[in-house]
Design a protein around this ligand. Structure first.
Ligand SMILES: Nc1ncnc2c1ncn2[C@@H]1O[C@H](COP(=O)(O)OP(=O)(O)OP(=O)(O)O)[C@@H](O)[C@H]1O
Length: 297
């Protein structure tokens, strides 16, 4: 019998430091069992957007699956701005911060079932200086850390830890941020300013308890000081944030400025140093396949 559907699977071969051959085989086998044919595209690290876009135009898949980390999900999400297609996610990055917010299971077979399933969740996307952001971006110490990490040979969570020590010593924190939002000008000092569409970092830490992926808003979070105790508490999923440590501004639009250029990252990808970031909720939404039990609380 002719396979009834076609699915495009976009795989990042280097994300999360593991070989994707087994993953691809498992997806192929499981979907062949339900008569779905897949086409695999392995990212190259350049010109991927145009290649994926051309594959969609040529083969007209009914759904896109992505196996990679936040950077790969974001890459595919950018392409999907031009197509009305649902995205299924097979988390295969080092931190998988965005997937954690969607409560996807750890088991690959379960993930595949969900990725081709019928429950769809529509999420907001943000525009930061015109660039798409799905999850969390920041200015300051975490972006600095990602910059060092990208220049190192380590991938995976361990890389973050190794890089954190030189980063902390080299940074010029605290920074002074001016945030124009809700018809108000806030002047704040902090080590890190995060722009959060979602509420959880890749560690599972709930840094933004008020964040909802589909509320038409985002939060600007100012982390005031580098407190080892607070950082450890945050990493262990503490949901009550101490206002001496972090402050949140909820808004639909914001202009963030600082006197000197500060390290800036979007969804885990280092962008460069910036003095101004303009943020707004985009009118482009993203449709994602989620578990039947998913509740966007
Ligand atoms: N074939 C390739 N060779 C080298 N780099 C690649 C290739 N394909 C994609 N990339 C790079 O991979 C990065 C995206 O990785 P991604 O964020 O998905 O994984 P990760 O960093 O392991 O996970 P996470 O973001 O969840 O921590 C991008 O910088 C992209 O340029």
């Amino acid at each position: 019998m002719e396979p009834k559907n076609k699915i495009l699977l976009v795989v990042n071969p280097i994300s999360g430091s593991f070989d994707k051959a087994n993953l691809i085989k498992t997806v192929e086998t499981q979907l062949a069992n339900i008569n779905i044919n897949i086409q695999v595209y392995e990212t190259q690290g350049e010109e991927d957007k145009i290649a994926i876009s051309n594959l969609i135009k040529e083969h007209k898949p009914e759904r896109i699956l992505v196996a990679g980390g936040d950077g790969t999900i974001q890459l595919v999400a950018k392409v999907l701005k031009d197509f009305d297609l649902v995205l299924g996610i097979l988390p295969a990055g080092s931190a998988n911060g965005f997937a954690i917010n969607l409560d996807l299971p750890y088991d690959l077979n379960e993930q595949i079932k969900i990725a081709v399933g019928s429950k769809i969740f529509t999420v907001d996307t943000l525009e930061l200086n015109g660039e798409m952001c799905l999850h969390i971006s920041d200015l300051g110490i975490n972006a600095e850390l990602i910059r060092h990490y990208e220049h190192s040979n380590f991938r995976g969570m361990f890389g973050y830890f190794l890089q954190s020590f030189p980063t902390l010593f080299k940074s010029n924190y605290p920074y002074k941020f001016i945030i124009e939002a809700n018809n108000y000008k806030y002047v704040k000092k902090g080590v890190l300013l995060a722009i959060a569409n979602a509420n959880k970092f890749g560690t599972g830490a709930n840094i933004n308890p008020h964040g909802k992926l589909n509320d038409g808003k985002f939060e600007v979070l100012i982390f005031k000081k580098l407190s080892l105790f607070q950082i450890i508490k945050t990493l262990f999923k503490n949901t009550k944030m101490d206002s001496n440590f972090v402050e949140a501004i909820s808004t639909e639009e914001a202009i963030i400025t600082c006197k000197k250029p500060i390290a800036f990252q979007i969804d885990g990808e280092f962008i460069g140093k910036r003095k101004e970031v303009k943020v707004k909720v985009s009118d482009k939404k993203l449709k994602i396949a989620v578990s039947e039990h998913f509740n966007p609380a």
